[in-house]
Write a protein that binds this ligand. Structure first.
Ligand code: N01
Length: 497
């Protein structure tokens, strides 16, 4: 089998993988290779092409700090524009020539003898290996679609489409459509399908809290100003960032401070829906912020349309041509859209990453929960960094900020270990444990724990391990410098320091 040697292998060409490539080159690490199963850059913004796909973080903040974009056409960007932006950054920094698309990483195994990661890959149908001194996992937490485990789902004879695997060729016009789920994806899809479906049933298990979405197109004069007025884009970024951090404070430290947000959501329901029963059905029963706060102006009016029904009795089973609810009613359907989210804390990717002693990330995390150190390193997995790793997710502001914080840390790690001739770096178990104990104790009073909801932020032990608690600048501070004391390192192959 062919083996290709490289210093740094990056798995994933989304926001984080591309950001890593740009920063590696900037720091003089030119021997890197990105591997991605898709056809171009963008990751989740390439794969989520459902109708209405858009970002719920304002455009100016949802961009790299090193690649500001004065040309955003709207205050909140839609998927095609973000996808174009990411590919534009890749072109500007010449990253494509160091990227293998159409490449599936089947398994990555740490080899203690050679102190390298061995990646089994399949590229254009041919199996080969990559051997890398460092591996950067940049696949993102939202890459593996979650299909609901509903009795009879395999017997459904119509079309079934997951939100993240959209079928552009399917024509919904006049069809009997079911959408399962009422999360961030569903609330963008449903208003679009509501315009064309003959009949649309929306299956709601848990009503979400929704605030108005202040989206608008930018005027030409604004785009001119973004381009020509020095510091304007950074001023806008700073303003949005600061407002969002106020929400972070409420979520982590003082959930009661989110009451005004709840009042805003309730008023939004009142304005958007006339029918009192429907109003009651869409009103959540958990504390605002416990699950992601969604943004939409179209969700409630769509549910109020005559061709749309909100179904709140749970799904009992699925037959060849219908969804049967717990009350025994059969709802005939031609196509089911499953907007049921992703495997986040139980991703199948974790089975394919095998560290010290032949133990996979899945095995390790089954025991201790999805834990890491500063979201980036994991004990038992030397020379491996995860971007958007454990405890880095956000519900209130831009993930790009977190990614860039991690990239600072990662670059300092690479610079320091290279300068010292270090060939093996592994975070110590006590350092990782202390770090996670601190996070869990901080989370105790947070809305995610006290808010009375079930969410994908929790791992199978019931701990919130997908989210960063607190202010994001606290994470930025924690990742400013690589703190080598938290690591076991080996210099030149045999000396511990
Ligand atoms: O997925 P979700 P998503 N039977 O897991 C329901 C990001 N994102 O794709 O709430 C019936 O949030 C489930 O019900 P419940 C963002 O980070 C960002 O919508 O668990 N229902 C829920 O309603 C987001 O958080 C943007 O009771 C079932 C829904 O399916 C993340 O992606 C846009 C079910 C799943 O909601 C995921 O969002 C879109 C079952 N068996 C997404 N299983 C931006 O704008 C699940 N559900 C940046």
């Amino acid at each position: 089998m062919t083996t290709h040697d490289v210093e740094i292998a990056i798995v994933g060409a989304g926001f984080s993988g591309l950001g890593a490539a740009v920063k590696l080159a900037e720091n003089g690490f030119d021997d890197y290779l990105i591997l991605d199963r898709g056809v171009d850059f963008g990751g989740t913004w390439r794969d989520n092409v459902y109708p209405g796909a858009a970002c719920d973080v304002p455009s100016h903040l949802y961009s790299y700090s090193f690649a500001l974009n004065p040309d955003w056409s709207r205050s909140y960007s839609h998927q095609p524009e973000i996808h174009r932006y990411i590919n534009g950054v890749a072109a500007e920094y010449g990253v494509a020539e160091k990227t293998w698309f159409g490449t599936e990483v089947r398994r990555a195994q740490w080899d203690e003898d050679t102190l390298t990661w061995v990646l089994d890959i399949e590229r254009d149908g041919t199996a080969s290996q990559i051997r890398a001194k460092q591996m950067i996992g940049a696949v993102g937490p939202l890459c593996e679609p979650n299909l609901p485990d509903i009795e009879g789902i395999d017997t459904f004879a119509g079309a079934m489409i997951h939100s993240a695997r959209w079928d552009d060729d399917y024509d919904f016009t006049g069809k009997r459509v079911a959408v399962i789920g009422t999360g961030a994806s569903a609330i963008q899809i449903v208003p679009q399908l509501g315009k064309v479906a003959g009949h649309l049933d929306v299956y709601q298990r848990t009503a979400p809290w929704i605030v108005p979405r202040n989206e608008r197109p930018y005027l030409p004069v604004e785009n001119w100003a973004f381009k020509h007025v020095p510091g304007l884009q950074n001023l806008i970024r700073g303003t949005i960032y600061t407002a969002n951090e106020a929400v972070a404070a409420g979520m982590t430290y003082a959930p009661k401070a989110l009451k005004p947000v709840e009042a805003l959501c309730r008023a939004h329901i009142f304005r958007g829906i006339r029918d009192p029963k429907l109003r009651a059905d869409v009103t959540p029963t958990f504390a605002v912020g416990c699950k992601r706060i969604l943004k939409s102006n179209e969700w409630y009016p769509t549910l109020d349309q005559p061709n749309v029904d909100l179904v709140t009795s749970g799904i009992a089973s699925i037959t060849a041509d219908a969804i049967v609810t717990a009350d025994g009613v059969e709802h005939p359907v031609d196509v089911i859209v499953v907007a049921t989210g992703f495997h986040v804390t139980d991703s199948p990717v974790f089975d394919t990453i095998v560290g010290v002693g032949g133990r996979s990330l899945a095995q390790v995390w089954d025991e201790i929960g999805m834990q890491g150190y500063k979201g980036t390193f994991v004990h038992g997995f030397p020379n491996m960094a995860l971007l958007i790793g454990p405890s880095t997710g956000l519900g209130h502001t831009s993930m790009v900020y977190m990614i860039e914080s991690q990239l600072n840390y990662l670059m300092d790690y690479l610079r320091k270990t290279r300068a010292a001739g270090i060939v093996r770096t592994e975070v110590t178990e006590p350092a990782q444990q202390r770090y996670n104990d601190k996070l869990q104790s901080k989370l105790k009073s947070s809305v995610w724990v006290t808010g009375g909801c079930a969410s994908w932020y929790k791992d199978r032990n019931g701990n919130i391990t997908a989210l960063w608690p607190g202010f994001t600048f606290e994470f930025r501070n924690a990742t400013r410098r690589f703190d080598i004391a938290a690591y076991d390192v080996t210099i030149g192959g045999d000396t511990d320091v």
